[in-house]
Write a protein that binds this ligand. Structure first.
Ligand code: ZN
Length: 104
């Protein structure tokens, strides 16, 4: 499937490409920052990878309590995590910082 069918990265605007792992899982990933969608190993793996990459901001993800965040935490995420004050809140603070960055 053509990489041009993938939307740009939601975090950096980089060009997204399909990747096939050694074990045959197809995923979409950003060629710039490395953000990666979930991998699929099936005959329609490219279609599923594209749909999940394109639906990254869609209501169907948020309704399941899911968001896509960078593989490597951003500076804003690390600062937010360090300010959380309680270990149980670190992840929530970091994800909220990632969402704030995406909405900017
Ligand atoms: Zn990116």
């Amino acid at each position: 499937m053509d990489d041009d069918l993938l939307l740009p990265c939601p975090f950096c605007g980089g060009r997204a490409v399909f990747d096939v792992s050694d074990k045959g899982y197809v995923s979409a990933e950003c060629g710039e920052c490395g953000t990666r969608g979930p991998g699929f190993k099936s005959s329609d793996g490219y279609e599923l990878a594209r749909n999940h990459w394109s639906a990254r901001n869609a209501d169907d993800l948020s309704s399941k309590g899911l968001v896509v965040v960078p593989i490597e935490p951003t500076d804003a995420m690390l600062i937010a995590g360090s300010r959380s004050g309680f270990p149980g809140r670190v992840w929530r603070y970091m994800v909220e910082a990632a969402i704030d960055e995406e909405e900017r």
